[in-house]
Design a protein around this ligand. Structure first.
Ligand code: PHE
Length: 334
């Protein structure tokens, strides 16, 4: 009886202790075998009681070993017994996309639906790709339209002022037909204010094939602005760029009767979003494309300006300050 109580009270911290306990009671030379051997020496009238006692002891010891083993097993795989499952979890802070990326991706989607691919090029550019190939020879006064950051002169190396440089590279390396858009960062030496920065982002588009017309250009821009802004009215205002002829500025109407009203930051009326035109034959020739056989159109829009319109951002500088309180607000956007 004492042994039964002792077996019941037994506690173990390690597997070794459990094993020692098992050997002591249930092992070949253990207590139980000793008692079983003793059985034949017990007086007949006590056999029943003795037999029951050793059976109980055997079961108790066996149960104990099993229970202790299971317990130690659980503890060793870091079981839930030590964990407070009711504790609230740590919040996971998910990042958000930058509004420039959101709008850039939207524009890429819109143009890839009509067969345009995406091309990219270097931000540090040479004179040929940024200016000369685009019909802007040295000393041409139109170079002053874009205040340029020069990194080195003679030969001139500069920060690209537009992604038209990528279009030049693309035409030099790919035969027509060409349908490509070139998104990227560009640099201009302008005073920094709420409206303009010394760097911003553009998407320029280029379409070169046989018999491309100005109507194709206008319809493409109409499709683009409608997809981006909702029901949009556009206007092409005659303008000048050295690399296109004829050239135009692209205006979008933020009128009260359009469905885009809720996206307006302030005011209504015509708003310029970029430039466009038919690629000047000189540019095609400079890039190794037969200007007799092929024609094309090009356009360029500012991503920052469009992002500011769509997301009611009042100051362009917010886009590059990396203030988390600003960036966090775009979590729900695409
Ligand atoms: N490259 C011009 C700019 O950055 C925009 C433009 C592109 C105009 C294509 C016409 C055609 O100002």
């Amino acid at each position: 009886k004492e042994l039964i109580a002792e077996a019941e009270a037994f506690k173990a911290q390690t597997k070794e202790e459990v094993e020692a306990f098992r050997i002591k009671y249930l092992g070949k030379k253990g207590l139980l075998n000793e008692y079983f051997a003793e059985f034949k020496n017990v007086a007949n009238d006590q056999k029943k009681e003795f037999g029951q006692a050793i059976n109980t002891l055997k079961n108790t010891a066996q149960d104990k070993v099993n229970a202790l083993k299971a317990e130690l097993e659980n503890a060793s795989d870091n079981s839930t017994s030590n964990l407070d499952l009711s504790r609230p979890g740590e919040p996971i802070t998910i990042g958000s996309r930058h509004p420039i990326s959101i709008v850039k991706n939207q524009i890429i989607d819109i143009f890839s639906n009509i067969g345009f691919n995406v091309s990219e090029g270097p931000e540090i550019e040479d004179d040929w790709h940024n200016f000369t190939a685009l019909n802007l020879p040295e000393y041409h006064p139109a170079r002053d339209m874009q205040d340029t950051f020069f990194i080195q002169t003679n030969p001139d190396i500069l920060l690209r002022t537009h992604t038209s440089s990528v279009q030049v590279r693309y035409m030099e390396n790919n035969p027509p037909p060409i349908r490509t858009i070139s998104p990227g960062r560009v640099y201009r030496n302008e005073a920094i204010s709420a409206r303009s920065h010394c760097f911003f982002h553009q998407v320029e588009g280029l379409y070169i094939d046989k018999d491309v017309s100005f109507a194709d250009l206008k319809q493409t821009l109409q499709y683009f602005t409608t997809e981006l802004f909702g029901k949009a009215k556009i206007r092409l205002r005659p303008s000048y760029f050295p690399f296109t002829e004829p050239s135009a500025e692209v205006d979008v109407y933020w009128g009260l009767e359009t469905e885009t009203d809720y996206k307006i930051t302030k005011g209504t009326g015509w708003l310029e979003i970029g430039g466009c035109g038919m690629v000047d034959p000189n540019v095609l020739t400079n890039c190794g494309i037969d200007a007799e056989e092929y024609s094309g159109f090009a356009f360029g829009v500012g991503i920052d300006r469009i992002a500011m319109l769509l997301h009611q951002i009042s100051d362009i500088r917010l886009l590059s300050e990396n203030d988390v309180r600003f960036l966090e607000q775009f979590k729900s956007a695409l």
